[in-house]
Design a protein around this ligand. Structure first.
Ligand code: K2U
Ligand code: NI
Length: 185
């Protein structure tokens, strides 16, 4: 299982690399990596396991964050309000997106960043994505709300981008033209 010690922190070079495409069929190691990424997210929302292993809660986790420079990430969102989402995305792409943008009113965090970095992170409100599942089957999804934001945050990790790269340095809380904030419960 992935523990906090397995998650590399900002400053680690892997977080600033473009991760490599994955080929199919997956090796046993890559399949285990997929299971471990989604497993971390599920564990991080289990009060007993999270307390026992001191896991920070997460709704997304990308392979580069555990020092595997591969185009794989997992998303596990169960909160009410939005549609639950739980999947592993391999070689993911955004195929289209809304013109309209959004941002988390509370800003974003990151399991690889041990500090608060305040500010609005502009994201597309709606995206259509395609990716492969661990069996090599291609799938498409239309995402909005928190799922759309999380997908974009994780895809950034595959491209060596950190959430705070998007924050306006001079005015972190400057209104983003044409953007509607997403309030998190
Ligand atoms: O990639 C990561 O570091 C996981 C982040 C993903 C994320 C953070 C903020 C906004 C979008 C995606 C963790 O999930 S941070 C913890 C968290 C938990 C619930 C909701 C938002 C952030
Ligand atoms: Ni992150």
């Amino acid at each position: 299982m992935i523990l906090m010690n397995d998650i590399v922190r900002e400053g680690h070079p892997t977080l600033r690399q473009r991760a490599d495409e994955v080929t199919f069929p997956l090796t046993d190691d890559d399949r285990t990596l997929c299971d471990d990424l989604i497993g971390y997210l599920k564990n991080s929302h289990d009060p007993e396991i999270a307390a026992k292993y001191k896991l920070r809660p997460g709704v997304g986790l990308a392979a580069p964050q555990v020092n595997q420079s591969k185009r794989i990430f997992a998303i596990h969102i169960t909160e009410e309000g939005g549609r639950p989402q739980s999947f592993v995305a391999i070689n993911p792409k955004i195929v289209s997106h809304s013109v309209e943008k959004t941002y988390l009113a509370s800003g974003e965090g990151c399991l690889s960043v041990d500090r608060d970095v305040p500010g609005y992170v502009p994201r597309y409100t709606r995206i259509t994505i395609k990716a492969f599942d661990p069996d090599g089957n291609e799938f498409k999804k239309r995402l909005k709300g928190i799922a759309s934001i999380v997908f974009q945050h994780e895809l950034d990790h595959l491209n060596g981008v950190m959430f705070y790269d998007h924050i306006n340095k001079n005015e972190p809380f400057q209104e983003i033209p044409g953007a509607t904030p997403l309030e998190r419960r």
